[in-house]
Design a binder for this molecule. Structure first.
Ligand SMILES: [Zn+2]
Length: 358
């Protein structure tokens, strides 16, 4: 009984610390009273955690002039530059990149290797080489890996991404854990991007949103009630294979008329056509999920503001819930490193939830 009580207290302590840490890093300066309010903890509990954070060089406290008066001991708290760092590894079809970030996802160092041919050994060798470099002289909290799908985040395996040089069933989490002895997490790269949006980007405003990814294909991440939606097997959602014409073009997945087969952003004319088809498919998705926003991650800048404005107007006219629900369509405000830093955000999410300790 005593043992169970001790265990529960330890879990609660890690959870509370995770909550406080989340507020510390997702706000640009926060006071103890605000922390108490945001985390639903007593001022005494906050004081205890904050003092520990300052002692361990996780947080620093600064005082404005009026706060320096005698008896006033509470200043503004920020993430300490000395706090542990996180690493994000992004695996794409023709490149891998590794990013060293602080816990606010500021990029401290990044490196990319591009390739036109690849196999499992080459992929791992290069991923290890890049990660080794980031390890030097840094205390690392964990490694987050984002990959083209499908992946099983639950089992830590890159499954069988199409057109990926035949690479499949790579137990990447286990291999990284064995090499570095750190917590390692794997997710679909757009889920990673959505996580970065949720903590630090446009997604901060919304509990329910869709991240629409446009690169060489069309991808999606779904955030429901503030959580990234994954299926029971830990695999991610697909958007590119929604049927837009059941007797239409042949898709590599074996079906006909998949959305992805109609996405062509090579000229102004085909871009508009693609936007129209995309919008028709998205209306169905929005009817299912009723998100507050569609955040567009458009790495190559295929879409211009007029496309997004048109999409927003069109979606809000099309959805069945149009009389009582409005959906915002906006561009991701995060930098070009969104996905890479999002991979690192995978580790942060585990700290925030209390799964791992800062
Ligand atoms: Zn398909």
């Amino acid at each position: 009984m005593e043992k169970a009580k001790g265990y529960n207290n330890a879990v609660l302590k890690t959870k509370n610390r995770g909550q406080v840490f989340k507020q510390l890093v997702t706000n640009n300066g926060i006071y103890r009273t605000e922390l108490a309010e945001e985390c639903g903890l007593t001022k005494m509990a906050i004081s205890y955690i904050v003092n520990e954070f300052i002692e361990k060089d996780i947080a620093v406290e600064s005082f404005r002039n009026e706060e320096k008066k005698p008896g006033r001991r509470s200043g503004c708290l920020r993430l300490s530059p000395g706090a542990k760092k996180v690493i994000g590894l992004l695996i794409h079809r023709n490149y891998i990149s590794v990013t060293l970030c602080d816990c606010q996802l500021h990029v401290l160092r990044a490196d990319t290797i591009r390739f036109e041919e690849c196999d499992t050994d080459f992929l791992l060798k290069k991923a290890f080489e890049l990660t080794d470099e980031m390890m030097e002289e840094n205390e690392i909290l964990g490694i987050g890996i984002g990959s083209i799908g499908p992946v099983s985040s639950e089992r830590g395996i890159i499954l069988n991404p199409p057109e990926f040089y035949g690479i499949k069933n790579v137990p990447i989490v286990q291999l990284f854990e064995e090499r570095y002895g750190l917590p390692v997490y794997l997710d679909y790269h757009y889920n990673c991007a959505a996580r970065a949006e949720k903590y630090f980007g446009m997604g901060k405003k919304y509990k329910n949103f869709i991240l629409l990814g446009i690169t060489d294909g069309i991808g999606i991440a779904i955030v429901v009630d503030g959580k990234i939606f994954t299926r029971m097997t830990g695999t991610s959602s697909e958007l590119g294979h929604i049927t837009v014409d059941y007797s239409g073009r042949q898709c590599f997945c074996g079906r006909r008329g998949c959305l992805g087969a109609y996405m062509d952003f090579s000229s102004k004319e085909t871009t508009w056509q693609s936007v129209e088809i995309l919008c028709a498919a998205l209306a169905g998705v929005c009817d299912l999920l009723i998100p507050q926003a569609v955040i567009v991650r458009d790495e190559q800048s295929y879409l211009e503001n007029e496309h997004l404005e048109w999409m927003e107007k069109e979606l809000n006219q099309k959805i069945i819930a149009r009389d009582y629900q409005r959906i915002a369509v906006c561009k991701s405000c995060r930098s070009k490193e969104l996905e890479a830093t999002g991979c690192a955000a995978n580790v942060l999410g585990r700290v925030f939830s209390g799964e791992i300790e800062i």
